[in-house]
Design a protein around this ligand. Structure first.
Ligand SMILES: Cc1cc2nc3c(=O)[nH]c(=O)nc-3n(C[C@H](O)[C@H](O)[C@H](O)COP(=O)(O)O)c2cc1C
Length: 202
């Protein structure tokens, strides 16, 4: 059995979710996975991006991150999806990517993989759980195997969100506890996918 292929597919306007995605990639690599870290395409008009200095800066800083395609999910044994909260829901940019996946879904090529999600909001009751649950709805439709972090590691009692790693961006960039939680979540996803892969015919 080869290593687990993990796709980390995310949207981030101002860098918070990008930082979580990078921590998840570290955790997954430590667990032995092949990782594809991919941003989804920006769909906001250039005037909107340029009107916010942090947004324009983040677009520039992540110019070298490859843009996600359906092939990244087709390749993957497991996927972690990340999005900022938008009114308690998934960002339109990540949703637009998800909505390109009809043909893969129809062929059953999204089923049987391990899925998990992470997010950020600006305030502590700003909709992190509803955003993660919205992504779970997608995973149900795909026939995915949802692997949340729960309280399965001591770090989860500090980070505090059993649905998925999350960060309150209004309190500053993600700190050590949140980054550890992101690494842990990715390790758990990889370990679960490895166990499934080992039990499946090649
Ligand atoms: C249109 C829009 C809607 C938002 N809705 C919420 C919200 O419902 N709750 C909240 O706490 N933050 C909300 N935010 C703030 C973002 O979630 C926050 O800026 C984001 O998590 C930062 O992540 P990023 O740095 O990866 O872009 C919203 C931001 C925008 C632009």
């Amino acid at each position: 059995m080869g290593p687990v292929n993990l796709a980390i597919i995310y949207y981030s306007a101002t860098g918070t979710v990008h930082t979580l995605a990078q921590a998840a990639a570290e955790g997954a690599r430590q667990a032995g996975a092949n990782v594809r870290l991919r941003k989804v395409a920006e769909s906001a008009p250039a005037e909107a991006v340029d009107a916010r200095a942090e947004w324009a800066q983040h677009v520039q800083d992540t110019a070298d991150v490859e843009v996600a395609s359906g092939d990244d999910l087709d390749w993957a044994d497991a996927a972690l999806l990340g999005t900022p909260t938008r009114f308690g829901n998934v960002s339109s940019q990540l949703k637009a990517f998800i909505d390109t996946l009809g043909p893969l879904w129809f062929q059953g090529r999204l089923a049987g993989k391990v899925y998990s999600a992470f997010t950020a909001s600006n305030t502590s009751h700003g909709g992190q759980e509803s955003t993660l649950l919205s992504l779970s709805n997608v995973f149900y439709h795909w026939g995915g195997i949802i692997v949340p972090p729960g309280y399965t590691d001591p770090i989860q009692f500090q980070s505090g969100n059993p649905y998925g790693t999350s960060h309150v961006a209004g309190s500053g960039p993600p700190g050590d506890v949140t980054l550890q939680a992101a690494r842990y979540q990715a390790r758990r996803v990889v370990d679960t996918a490895a166990a499934l892969k080992a039990g499946r015919p090649a």
